[in-house]
Write a protein that binds this ligand. Structure first.
Ligand code: FES
Ligand code: FE2
Length: 317
């Protein structure tokens, strides 16, 4: 029995940083409760397919070779196209019609390779978020990155965004004096203004304004403006029903404070990442109350959960 009565939500999930897979390279992945392979074809396009060859079960991410945009199995050299269909069996006259790999829709956006997961295998109905600051001239060019594997579910991570009191009690911020949440289609958009005393910065008080959007439950795109103006992309990719791979990338608007050579950029990003880690002991050990007991000071948790239901196919609910 899973800790979370949800199943795996439909949506876009980061499966790699773009520079984590070179043309012609295969990368074994474990996401969505499955063994997968990410490979980049010689065209430059990234592909995500099921790892196990339908023939005798070899793992295509361990010794498989990329030829053009196709993938050849290391065991008996069957070769599969980017659409998953077997296009060659070097020693056979006929290709069995069922010889195909499951494929996942893939996009590359803002320095990240995204895969679309849907338990009913339906096609994407929206696109992964474009971080407009990524690649812009006055922003640091590369994500400053952090990654963790955490025993939690993406919905629990995103629920944090609308849980105002925890900002104070877990993250040592003041209770947000300004806050706003909107649910629009597949996005929840949230804003908060608060302040925080930074022990690592000689106790300076950081006045913070945060504007976040969560396109589905797989990622968060946040503009976090304080002593430094930053854009944050956080990915919440399910490894299985109870374990999530978190990716956290930060870029900052260039200026004196954000000059990567000054050390400030790194130190500020480190304290942002440390704030994410503050949630882990709660997430890893909490239970999920389907009918939580709420007070009038809580954030809009029931609205959030109603919004989140759209990411589970009716058959999974
Ligand atoms: S197991 Fe892949 S070709 Fe035989
Ligand atoms: Fe949190």
């Amino acid at each position: 029995m899973s800790r979370f009565p949800f199943g795996m939500p439909t949506g876009w999930y980061p499966v790699a940083w773009s520079d984590g897979v070179a043309a012609g390279e295969t990368v074994p992945l474990r996401y969505f409760g499955s063994e997968l392979v990410l490979y980049r074809g010689e065209s430059g396009d990234a592909h995500v397919v099921d790892a196990f060859c339908p023939h005798l079960g070899a793992h295509l991410g361990h010794g498989g070779s990329v030829e053009g945009d196709t993938l050849r199995c290391p065991f008996h050299a069957w070769r599969f196209g980017a659409d998953g269909i077997c296009v060659e069996i070097p020693y056979a006259e006929r290709i069995p019609p069922k010889a195909r790999l499951r494929t996942f829709p893939v996009r590359e956006q803002s320095g990240v390779v995204w895969a679309w997961y849907a338990s009913d295998r339906s096609e994407p109905t929206w696109e992964p978020p474009r971080v407009v600051e990524f690649g812009a001239a006055d922003w640091t060019p590369e994500w400053t990155r952090y990654e963790w594997t955490v025993r939690t579910h993406p919905q629990e991570v995103v629920e944090n965004s609308v849980d105002w009191p925890h900002f104070h009690h877990v993250h040592a911020m003041e209770m947000p004096h300004y806050r706003e949440v909107r649910f629009e289609g597949h996005e929840v958009i949230w804003k908060a203004s608060t302040s925080k005393t930074l022990d690592d910065f000689e106790g300076r008080v950081d006045d913070i304004h945060v504007e976040g959007r969560n396109p589905g439950l797989g990622s968060s795109y946040v503009r976090y403006t304080g002593m430094m103006d930053t854009a944050i992309l956080m990915g919440m990719t399910p490894i299985d029903d109870e374990t999530t791979h978190l990716r956290f990338g930060v870029i900052s608007k260039q200026g004196e404070a954000a000059d990567p050579g000054s050390g400030f950029h790194q130190a500020y990003c480190d304290q942002l990442a440390a704030a994410v880690e503050q949630d882990f002991p709660i997430w890893e050990n909490k239970t999920y109350h389907d009918k939580p007991l709420l007070s009038d000071g809580d954030g809009p948790v029931p609205d959030f959960r109603r919004w989140a239901r759209q990411f589970y196919p009716a058959a999974d609910r």
